[in-house]
Write a protein that binds this ligand. Structure first.
Ligand code: DON
Length: 557
């Protein structure tokens, strides 16, 4: 072998071969979402030559139709994207914005007391939707197919209807009074003012027409023209404060995700205006020094609870829309900061939340959905989408088919008054015109040489702790099915209690945690609806799993 040939071989092996390996995509595509029809829509679009981003448009739009209580064109969300060819990650921020006429005290009466329900029910609770703009942006900048193709399954479901299932009935019953208050929403989602029976078909022709406008004209089909006019007219006629300018001004923002490391795994997650990624990294940094799998169950659980308490304290104090407030992202996600917080944790005793440095107390802010996609090129999407409470604000501007969110409740409405999820906040998350309310949505990638995990879940303030428990189990080597189904526990600083699902604390754990001073609050009703896909690079396999608490479907194809 000549020296030149040897050099050429060496260069090929190091660079060419290496690149070849890096370029090798997953052996199959996978989608996990909260509804079988949405998973199906995504796979149809992949089969038609679309990539993960096209599939994400199809899944988001389908969920908007068949899971109308969770997300929709009237809401917003975060789409965490991985571009395989470029090897880059980006977060698409399609979070709702406060209307320009919003004011800091808009949900308070003259005495400064919160007007019950004002930030939760009806048009005044609705922020300016971001999802339609995000879908148009995804299609234009990342997809291969036209919106007409990727929105087609959703339009079909809207026209032909979908069947009412148990989760639908439960949420419709919960929001019945609100859905009955405004006729347009009640006509679509109820049957003669009652919760529809199992198997009844919900058809949404007006929503199909709005989707059609989006397909034909892109974002302008929603934010300008007849749809925009009907949205604003409907909101104003019912006492809301939207203007045409609000819609015309709405912009999707591409943001850098937050990034960190946990015991050899790369963590990529949602950045502000979501609190999810920062709180997740703070918790992981607090826990990073210990090998949790070697600790007794009580110590392990105690440490995780104390990490939750501290991360949620910082959430309440520092986090808000980065376009309005300086969020100390670097500091809060730095390993040294986590180590500092760890140093304040006693192993023999629970910290009282009241003993942590207090926040400048002001109030901050279940429904929502998550899906995870990976295509055969290795492109990925983790998307958590929301209209906030089940069926959002319950308000639908007549003629639009668009059920509006009540994401305004995610702001801090008044000092010290918890929002619908019991979260408190500070000035950083006060209401201001055009501002995005702080979110807990945590679409996340977890990677090492062995593989790539894409995960997330709905669940209000509990989203971040669910993702934390998922990441910890993944790092400990757990199977994907266990990851989405494991019993959960949660602490959010205030109230100072540990909520837990049945079976979360086995054996002596309840007594052990109580002995450490934790106040335990068992919950009958489980929470979350985690959707995860995993590309096992080492074994050249793809897996997907859907939370058994929901009715979702995970399909590898
Ligand atoms: O953005 C947020 O944090 C909330 N609007 C999410 C609400 C939610 O997850 C409700 N789901 N059960």
């Amino acid at each position: 072998m000549t020296i030149y040939f040897r050099i050429a071989l060496f260069v090929w092996l190091i660079f060419g071969g290496g690149l070849g390996l890096a370029r090798e995509g997953p052996p199959a595509a996978a989608i996990a979402s909260a509804h079988p029809l949405a998973t199906q829509a995504g796979h149809e679009v992949l089969a038609a030559g679309g990539n993960a981003f096209d599939a994400a448009v199809a899944v988001s739009a389908a969920l908007a139709v068949v899971e109308p209580y969770s997300s929709g064109l009237g809401g917003g969300g975060f789409w965490l994207l991985h571009l395989a060819k470029e090897g880059t990650d980006v977060m698409l921020d399609g979070r709702e914005r406060a209307p320009l006429a919003a004011t800091a005290r808009m949900y308070l009466d003259e005495t400064g007391a919160l007007i019950q329900g004002a930030s939760i029910d009806g048009p005044l609770a609705a922020a300016i939707p971001g999802q339609p703009a995000a879908l148009a942006h995804l299609a234009e900048h990342y997809g291969r197919l036209s919106l007409a193709k990727t929105l087609a399954p959703a339009m079909g479901y809207a026209r032909e209807g979908f069947e009412v299932d148990k989760p639908y009935r439960r949420r419709a019953a919960f929001r019945l009074p609100v859905l009955k208050r405004w006729p347009a929403a009640g006509q679509v989602f109820l049957a003669d003012g009652k919760v529809p029976v199992l198997g009844a078909r919900i058809k949404q022709p007006a929503l199909a027409a709005t989707l059609e406008a989006l397909a034909q004209r892109g974002a302008a089909g929603f934010y300008q023209g007849p749809v925009a006019e009907a949205l604003v007219a409907g909101v104003r006629a019912a006492g809301g404060i939207w203007s045409r300018e609000d819609l015309a001004q709405y912009q999707v923002v591409e943001r850098a995700p937050v990034r960190g490391q946990y015991r050899g795994f790369k963590i990529i997650s949602a950045s502000p205006p979501s609190s999810g990624g920062i709180a997740l990294l703070t918790m992981l940094n607090i826990l990073a020094e210990e090998d949790l799998s070697t600790l007794p169950a009580a110590t392990r659980t105690h440490l995780i609870i104390e990490a939750m308490r501290r991360a949620y304290r910082d959430r309440a104090q520092y986090l808000g829309d980065p376009d309005f407030v300086d969020v100390p992202v670097q500091r809060l996600t730095h390993p040294y900061y986590g180590a500092g917080l760890r140093a304040g944790i006693r192993l023999d005793r629970a910290t009282s939340s009241a003993d942590l440095p207090g926040i400048q107390s002001q109030d901050s802010g279940p429904h929502t959905t998550h899906f995870s996609v990976i295509d055969r090129e290795g492109n990925r999407v983790a998307a958590t989408l929301s209209i906030n409470y089940p069926f959002g604000s319950g308000f639908m501007p007549p003629g639009t088919g668009v059920l509006l969110n009540d994401e305004m409740d995610d702001f801090a409405a008044a000092p010290g008054v918890p929002n619908v999820y019991g979260l408190i906040g500070s000035q950083a998350n006060a209401i201001a015109p055009g501002k995005r309310p702080l979110s807990s949505m945590t679409p996340t990638f977890v990677e090492n040489e062995q593989g790539v995990l894409v995960l997330g879940t709905p669940g209000g303030s509990r989203i971040i702790t669910m993702v934390l428990l998922g990441v910890l189990e993944h790092v400990a080597g757990a199977d994907l099915t266990h990851l989405v189904s494991q019993p959960r526990f949660h602490h959010q600083y205030f109230p100072d209690e540990v909520e837990y699902e049945p079976q979360a604390f086995a054996g002596e754990l309840v007594k052990d945690l109580q002995a450490l001073g934790h106040s335990l609050s068992p919950r009958e009703r489980p929470w979350g609806n985690m959707q995860a896909v995993f590309w096992d690079r080492a074994r050249k396999r793809v897996k997907a799993a859907s939370d058994p608490r929901g009715v979702g479907e995970a399909v590898v194809r």
